[in-house]
Design a protein around this ligand. Structure first.
Ligand SMILES: Nc1ncnc2c1ncn2[C@@H]1O[C@H](COP(=O)(O)OP(=O)(O)OP(=O)(O)O)[C@@H](O)[C@H]1O
Length: 639
């Protein structure tokens, strides 16, 4: 605990100070010592936790000059001088007051006011005892003074000269005032010390080296640096005696306000930064292990990549009790336990993405990103830059600072390449290289970035026939087709329709309404649902349930409600057909003639028209994915 130490230059002051402390309950340490001896005591006290020093006169000035901690002066008040003059009157009629400015400052005016002949004699801090003696001799000779007034050090000299001297003593009030000032300063120091300790503690926790240098000496080094150099402290130690040579070289060689470099320290690479501070010869130096920066970068890369790249589905979301569905699910669960590439083949809406996400979530990569990219949804150039990223200036419109590709974002996790059959040949070639080398190079870049990504690809096109037509690279096909899952079209597992229908009914009901009881399906509807061929598979069934929940007015899903959906879709379904009006039936017959492809095209044109060109609404109505719709629009130039 820091304390207050009073260094009294004369014995009476010790006595007065003790009385003041007793009277006011103050706790301070009191020592006696004049000038050099007082300074020595002060120095010792600092080592013994003195926080503030108190002294007076020349001793105070010396302490304030030589000791680094705050010192408070016991002021010499006019009353103190008056008391001394009173005593001096017994010894003569003319006086000189000899002292430093802090003692005799006010005396000049007081002497004049009291009509007492007082000659002030200034003593400088630098004056030796001999020089002071000469000044006293001169004033006695020239001014004929009878007695010298002064502080303790002056009175010592005067006595040695055999001249009358009166000590100007400080009163108890001055001592009390000095103690109060010292307490105020001590409190401020204590709180500063606390802040300092907190700050030091924080800097000691830093995972990098922090060094403050002043005139090539270390003024502060945090725990990280001390551990690195194997020392407990290095305050005020020359840099070459405690810091590694490469660090010293860098500190000396750097110019400018901020310099950075990479140096070798204890066999490792470190980034080092030197920041020039406003004080001359003052620098702040930071040291960071390159390995730590790299690992941090990896973590940042992973964190950033997780934003919006999460798999939500698990195997529990894959419904269907048919043996084909169960088998498929079981196979996918087994694949989740491996790290090989998976190719999922199946029609639109059969749950390829659900399976891909479930595999990811069931795998050891489940805490890492799941990045899904629809290869058919983007123009070739854009797909390429999205997948592999690009460097600044790689092409017109490239973002400043470049952009990380989806492969980089998927680092540690899984990338799901949906509609892989739609990729252009140059993208296929690049994909192959990434899969073979397990590293990417951004477009326009030269840096090779290692990646650890599991690939799951999906297609609703017969990929092998694309290979035989030369539209898909055979080598890429075999890279992807390591583990194969064939999804099941809904029309081939009609026994799953009730389970799926009821599951979706509940799920969507609670999503939309939050509370209440979902509508109850009547068993007859399943005959209608099972007779339908479901080109959009489970997605189409889902859309139907969505429609029913939005339009139902009773708590029952009956034949009429289902028929209404079929009719609304304008599909020439035989069961529903009979329920439409003759005019509408004729209109449908007139419009939807020709090959299946022509009918499909007409249906898409009509639905797009009804939806005012809104692709999402059109796709929803037709029960196909946006991508499938885009593909078909591209095929028939409907864009
Ligand atoms: N077996 C299933 N159990 C529950 N929901 C399913 C199942 N299969 C598909 N779905 C649902 O159908 C919708 C479409 O699924 P998903 O997107 O996985 O199909 P996809 O085969 O990837 O389609 P596309 O090829 O058009 O991208 C999703 O809402 C999904 O939840």
């Amino acid at each position: 605990m820091l304390k207050i130490v009073l260094i009294a230059p004369y014995q009476n002051m010790v006595h007065d100070a003790q009385e003041v402390c007793r009277a006011y309950g103050e706790q301070i340490e009191i020592l006696t010592g004049r000038m050099g001896q007082g300074v020595e005591l002060a120095r010792k006290s600092v080592l013994e936790d003195a926080g503030v020093l108190i002294s007076r006169g020349g001793t105070f000035l010396s302490i304030a000059n030589e000791i680094a901690i705050p010192a408070v002066e016991v002021a010499v008040t006019p009353y103190d001088v008056l008391r001394a003059l009173q005593k001096a009157r017994n010894m003569g009629t003319k006086f000189a007051i000899v002292g430093f400015e802090n003692v005799i400052g006010s005396v000049r005016e007081w002497g004049a006011l009291l009509n007492v002949p007082v000659v002030p004699v200034d003593v400088e801090q630098t004056d030796s005892a001999k020089e002071i003696m000469a000044k006293i001799r001169e004033v006695i000779h020239q001014e004929q003074v009878d007695c010298i007034l002064g502080d303790a050090s002056v009175i010592d000299i005067v006595r040695d000269m055999g001249i009358f001297g009166v000590l100007i003593e400080s009163g108890k009030a001055s001592i009390w005032a000095a103690i109060q000032e010292a307490k105020r300063i001590l409190l401020a120091r204590l709180s500063e010390r606390e802040t300092h300790a907190t700050l030091r503690g924080a800097l000691d926790q830093a995972a990098q080296g922090l060094i403050l240098i002043q005139n090539e000496q270390v003024q502060f080094a945090n725990r990280f640096v001390l551990d690195l150099i194997g020392r407990d402290s290095c305050v005020s130690v020359p840099i070459e005696s405690c810091l590694p040579e490469s660090v010293c070289e860098f500190i000396r060689a750097g110019d400018g306000t901020r310099t950075t470099d990479v140096v070798q320290v204890v066999g490792q690479l470190w980034t080092i930064e030197r920041i020039a501070l406003p004080g001359k010869g003052e620098y702040f130096v930071t040291l960071q292990r390159v390995e730590d920066i790299e690992s941090l970068e990896r973590r940042v890369r992973q964190k950033k990549s997780l934003d919006g790249h999460e798999a939500v589905y698990t195997f529990a979301d894959l419904w269907g009790s048919s043996s084909r569905m169960q088998r498929m699910k079981h196979t996918a669960q087994q694949f989740a336990l491996t790290d090989s590439s998976v190719l999922i083949v199946g029609e639109t809406g059969t749950g390829k993405e659900v399976i891909a996400q479930s595999i990811h979530n069931g795998s050891s990569r489940s805490n890492a990103p799941f990045v899904a990219v629809n290869c058919a949804a983007l123009p070739d150039q854009l797909l390429e830059s999205e997948l592999f990223g690009y460097e600044e200036g790689a092409f017109t419109g490239a973002r400043r600072g470049g952009k990380a590709g989806l492969f980089e974002l998927a680092h540690g996790g899984t990338i799901f390449l949906d509609e892989i059959g739609e990729t252009a040949s140059h993208v296929q070639q690049r994909l192959l290289r990434v899969l073979e080398e397990r590293r990417v190079m951004r477009i326009g870049g030269e840096k090779v970035i290692p990646i650890d990504v599991r690939v799951i690809a999906a297609t609703n096109k017969p990929l092998w026939s694309l290979v035989t037509q030369g539209k898909f690279r055979q080598d890429l096909f075999f890279r992807l087709d390591v583990l194969r899952i064939n999804t099941v079209p809904l029309r081939e597992v009609p026994e799953d329709i009730p389970v799926l229908f009821e599951g979706l009914l509940k799920q969507i009901w609670y999503q939309r309404k939050g509370v209440g009881t979902p509508p109850r399906p009547v068993p007859e509807i399943y005959r209608m649902l099972c007779a339908y061929h479901w080109p959009g598979n489970v997605r189409e069934l889902r859309n139907m349930v969505d429609y029913l929940i939005a339009t139902l007015t009773s708590g029952v899903v009956n034949r009429e409600a289902v028929a209404d959906w079929f009719y609304n879709k304008s599909l020439p379904d035989p069961d529903v057909y009979a329920e439409g009006s003759t005019r509408e039936r004729e209109e449908v017959q007139r419009r939807y003639v020709g090959s299946l492809e022509e009918v499909q095209r007409q249906l898409i044109v009509d639905t797009l028209f009804q939806c005012h060109g809104d692709v999402q609404r059109t796709a929803d109505r037709l029960g196909i994915s946006r991508t499938t719709l885009w593909r078909k629009m591209k095929q028939w130039n409907l864009g």
